[in-house]
Design a protein around this ligand. Structure first.
Ligand code: MN
Length: 199
């Protein structure tokens, strides 16, 4: 099986002014595309070549010899999940998810601050996730570099935000905090997160 670069699930200009078409063209067309190419180059003619992306990630996560495979394959999954976590149309949080947010974080505003705080304070490159834990509670998680909740069977990812500099540098330079408020306040795909509760 060859890993494919999925199309963006929205028009490249549709997240502007929060994320520019230029950022998305580089981020999807260069960064994500390179992770896809690297993964395919690394697995060709190996036992991983006929595995699904998820299996490639789980197998390579368990074997340090395969760390380069893991880094590229996990970034393929993380980026596809990130594109799905963004919506060009500002969305209300569906009631079922809003109730869980209020139960677990006190209020939607407190939750957004907690998400922003976690993502802002992630040192270096990585990701910020909203996950559902085994107890059915919402949990914010940050992961470093390519690390992904796919390798944590107790956590189901609902949404993610890319906090690598390449996600925001063309638009915001060093102002990660502004990028994060723009995403959290305007772009998060709450419908996608809600669908993931029961997937
Ligand atoms: Mn990225």
């Amino acid at each position: 099986m060859t890993i494919q670069l999925p199309n963006l699930p929205f028009d490249v200009a549709s997240l502007s002014p929060f994320i520019s078409a230029e950022t998305l063209a580089f981020h999807h067309g260069k960064h994500h595309a390179t992770y896809v190419k690297n993964t395919n180059d690394l697995i060709v003619n190996t036992p991983l070549a006929d595995k699904s992306l998820k299996d490639i990630i789980l197998i390579s996560a368990a074997d340090t010899v395969l760390t380069p495979v893991f880094n590229n394959a996990a970034q393929c999954f993380n980026h596809e999940f990130y594109w799905k976590s963004l919506s060009p149309l500002k969305q209300d949080i569906p009631e079922i998810l809003a109730k869980m947010i209020i139960r677990d974080f006190g209020s939607v505003a407190d939750f957004k601050h907690a998400l922003h705080q976690a993502a802002t304070s992630k040192f270096g490159s990585g990701w910020c996730w909203l996950t559902l834990n085994k107890e059915g509670e919402l949990q914010i998680l940050t992961t470093g570099n390519a690390d992904t909740p796919l390798t944590k069977p107790d956590l189901k990812p609902l949404l993610c935000i890319d906090v690598w500099e390449h996600a925001y540098y063309l638009d915001y330079q060093n102002r990660r905090t502004d990028y994060l408020w723009a995403v959290i306040d305007n772009l998060l795909n709450w419908q996608f997160a809600t669908e993931n509760l029961t997937d």
